[in-house]
Write a protein that binds this ligand. Structure first.
Ligand SMILES: [Zn+2]
Length: 279
């Protein structure tokens, strides 16, 4: 087994196995023991398949996944071990899914929420982004206030007009060799009513009383893949994992900190298009 790492999250590692770059294996290193990681991966997979995949507005955009047991005595098992996971079971449960930017070998981190992958010819581009909190019930915008508080220097919100978002994300970056048509097509896509941001907003609204699900929907990653040849955009949603309870505590303390900021430091809540929310 030949393993090459293609991505890393806080609690997992994403790998291509045996040079087959049509799919990736994701291993969990969240817990110090393989048995705990296996239980988490299996519970998580069941939750995604039975709950997240059935959310009307975005369920059909969720990336297909399968769960696969890989022997712990393997390159993938050694990788987990090298990350501090004690091997206490014979098999490791992995989530296997399509490799969404296999043909785009150049990658650039644009800001805290955005990355772009493209190929040498720049005719295949994948934009990877986290829209965070779209539906909001506070009187301030959680995204804008949090970014200001953290001093991230981010001059847009995913609730802004598409042209504002795309200008701030892509055009303030120097020397990104992306074709004009890419930005034109993405702008057109995000201006249509059924786009991923509108759908994610609807899903968050639908889940507003289910905190476990809401926390997932506020932390998904979206992949928009564009081809110059077809001028089509394909959309996939990933990172729909159950959040551990420690994260809930962290979110609650962030929320408390944000709500106690003086009014001048809070950013007003706004709807899509930047209009102030009134209700
Ligand atoms: Zn905002």
């Amino acid at each position: 087994m030949v393993v090459s790492i293609v991505g890393r999250g806080n609690a997992n590692i994403v790998c291509v196995v045996d040079h087959d770059d049509t799919e990736v294996y994701r291993i969990s290193v969240r817990f110090g023991q393989l048995s705990a990681n296996n239980t988490y991966v299996q519970d998580n997979y069941k939750y995604i398949d039975s709950v997240v995949r059935n959310i009307g507005p975005i369920g059909d955009l969720l990336v297909p996944m399968r769960i696969q047991a890989v022997p712990a005595i393997s390159e993938l098992g050694y990788l987990a071990k090298s990350e501090g996971v004690a091997i206490d079971e014979e098999y490791m449960s992995c989530i296997v899914m399509p490799h969404l930017y296999a043909q785009q070998n150049i990658y650039k981190k644009l800001d805290h929420f955005n990355r772009v992958h493209f190929n040498e010819a720049c005719d295949l581009v994948t934009w990877e982004f986290k829209p965070k909190w779209l539906y909001q019930s506070t009187d301030y915008c959680r995204n804008c206030s949090h970014n200001a508080w953290k001093g991230r220097g981010i001059g847009y919100c995913f609730l802004d007009e598409p042209s504002v978002i795309l200008h701030e994300v892509f055009e303030t970056q120097q020397q990104l060799p992306l074709p004009r048509e890419f930005l034109d097509d993405i702008t057109k896509y995000l201006s249509a009513p059924d786009n991923i941001l509108q759908r994610l907003y609807a899903a968050q609204l639908q889940a507003k009383d289910d905190l476990a699900l809401l926390m997932i929907l506020r932390d998904v990653t979206c992949f928009l893949s564009w081809s110059q040849q077809t001028r089509e955009i394909s959309v996939k949603v990933v990172d729909v994992d159950l959040k551990p309870m420690e994260k809930l505590g962290h979110w609650k303390s962030t929320e408390a900190a944000l709500s106690s900021l003086p009014n001048g430091m809070k950013r007003q809540r706004h709807d899509f298009g930047g209009t102030t929310h009134i209700n």
